[in-house]
Ligand binder design. Structure first.
Ligand code: MEV
Length: 378
């Protein structure tokens, strides 16, 4: 038997980092996906291993199921529940990961494998299987690759308990989960994200689960309905960074300068609220779109300034800002910052020639550019 699930990446239009401290943020799914397939051996295969194949990276890991049972005797696979963390369980996971040969200096990979083991064993016990992961998302660059992995894995695991899952087909042939199933997937994926990122807000797994565009504040999700075409150029600076340490850095700054940082978080909250209102308000003609785009551009610039004050910008991000501002375009980082991906608003009336020129200049700086569809399916 084989099950296959996919989940999209995301961009954050406003509010990253501040969202961890209770401010509102606005995020949208993009039409780049991570795919997870789970294949279960038949008794004739005589395969007693749990395997994880990260196809794009050319890496494969495996654990005899007997070893998993011995190391994690408490985990039994209780559908619908995730055992709460214990130091003991985390130590057991760490010992299973340590046994694998993992390329050095790869904390992101180690935490991803740990999240896989935790989610798989918690939900499905210690049954043998082969998980194959492929992704259209660049890894660790702010486009939500880890959340998409956790969501796709959780959805694949959920679809195994077919009795409780009501599935629908969308036009592309993918089965769509119902409301309560999505809630469960989101909850499980959040547990995986905690292993990977420490103290995430939950926005990445939520937008990857539900898709489209959302406003997110203190764990609460509001769907944003819009007919406004928001087109963004996504520039990948290719500068690697670690979300966990960037999030921890902002928290450290907030402890050091609580009054100033609370003012910054409040300003971001207002930016996200205004942005979501602009995007949702009705459009009567092209003039309205242009006015709205000008406002969105200004809000993005303000948000970027505040992100800089939080200490999460980077020289590569500043280079993108300098380049795009020559063309009067507005740019902000997206996700955790410190490198990674950057968003530039492409107004509706902007000519294709200008876009080509901007892209050529950014590519000559060593960056990679893409225009992804915004608001894809979760
Ligand atoms: C990362 O995509 C977004 C952050 O705000 C972290 C989080 O919300 O968990 C930086």
């Amino acid at each position: 038997m084989e099950v296959r699930a996919r989940a999209p990446g995301k961009i954050i239009l406003a509010g990253e980092h501040a969202v961890v401290h209770g401010s509102a943020a606005v995020a949208a799914a993009i039409d780049l996906y991570t795919y997870v397939s789970l294949r279960f051996p038949t008794p004739e295969d005589n395969d007693e291993e749990l395997k994880l194949h990260l196809k794009d990276m050319g890496l494969e890991f495996s654990w005899p199921v007997g070893k998993i049972k011995e190391t994690m005797p408490e985990l039994g696979g209780v559908p619908g529940s995730i055992p709460s963390y214990s130091l003991e369980a985390m130590k057991a996971i760490a010992s299973l990961v340590e046994e694998q040969s993992i390329p050095e200096d790869n904390t992101g990979l180690i935490s991803g494998i740990s999240a896989f083991l935790w989610l798989y064993t918690s939900i499905h016990g210690n049954k043998p299987a082969k998980a194959v992961v492929t992704s259209e998302l660049p890894l660790g660059s702010g486009l939500g690759s880890s959340a998409a992995f956790c969501v796709a894995l959780s959805a694949a695991l959920l679809s195994l308990s077919s009795d409780s899952v009501k599935l629908d087909f969308n036009h592309q042939g993918w089965q769509v989960l119902g409301k309560s199933e999505l809630e469960l997937v989101n909850k499980w994926a959040f547990e995986g994200e905690k292993i990977i990122h420490g103290k995430p807000s939950g926005i990445d797994n939520t937008v990857s689960t539900y898709g489209n565009m959302i406003k997110f504040k203190s764990g609460e999700l509001t769907h944003i309905k819009t007919n406004m075409p928001v087109k963004m150029l996504i520039t990948n600076t290719k500068v690697g960074r670690n979300t966990k340490s960037l999030v921890a850095g902002v928290s450290k700054r907030a402890l050091k300068h609580p009054i100033a940082m609370v003012s910054i978080f409040n300003a971001v909250d207002s930016i996200s609220n205004e942005l979501s209102e602009i995007i949702q308000s009705p459009i009567s003609d092209d003039l309205v779109i242009t006015e709205k785009e000008e406002k969105i551009a200004e809000l993005m610039e303000m948000n970027q300034g505040l992100l800089q004050s939080m200490g999460v910008s980077h020289t590569s991000i500043e280079t993108v800002i300098r380049t795009t501002s020559k063309y009067k375009l507005s740019t902000k980082l997206t996700g955790a910052g410190g490198g990674g991906c950057v968003l530039t608003l492409l107004p509706t009336l902007l000519s294709g020639t200008v876009v080509d020129k901007v892209v050529a200049e950014l590519v000559s700086c060593g960056f990679h550019c893409l225009v992804a569809g915004i608001g894809g399916r979760g």
